[in-house]
Ligand binder design. Structure first.
Ligand SMILES: [Cu+2]
Length: 140
């Protein structure tokens, strides 16, 4: 009786562990915030809500070809730029991007300093060549 309880406890612990592992390694693209075409690829920015907000947050940036397959683009940079307006200086909030287990899918962290319209300035260089694009996103 005692022994079977221990076995069950270990089994449950193992299942929880597997679930936790699966969750962290599975790339969840969430809901799209914005997407843009770069060369022959589509770059999609997403997060859990599909909405860029102010403050610290995590986003996912994924590159796909016309068939929807993830494409590794090598080194990527994404900066959110807001031009100067009125008495406010231009603002730049760069996204810190890291690769994930899935080539072509990048995990990003950014601190959006204010609500309003931002220009996403995207660039990459690597196995898929060189690409550059800008797209607009409204942070709420
Ligand atoms: Cu601003």
């Amino acid at each position: 009786m005692k022994k079977s309880l221990v076995v069950i406890t270990i089994l449950v612990a193992a299942l929880v562990f597997i679930a936790a592992c699966t969750k962290s390694t599975t790339v969840s693209n969430g809901k799209p915030i914005a997407s843009t075409t770069v060369n022959n690829l589509t770059a999609t920015l997403s997060n859990s809500s599909g909405q860029l907000k102010t403050g610290d947050q995590e986003v996912t940036l994924a590159f796909t070809d016309s068939s929807g397959k993830n494409v590794d683009v090598g080194a990527v940079s994404l900066n959110f730029h807001m031009p100067a307006m009125g008495g406010m200086a231009a603002m730049n909030d760069a996204v810190t991007l890291t690769t994930t287990a899935t080539p072509g899918v990048y995990s990003g962290k950014v601190n959006i300093s204010m609500a309003g319209e931002w220009q996403g300035q995207l660039a990459f260089e690597g196995p898929a060549g060189k690409g550059k694009a800008t797209f607009s996103v409204t942070a709420r």
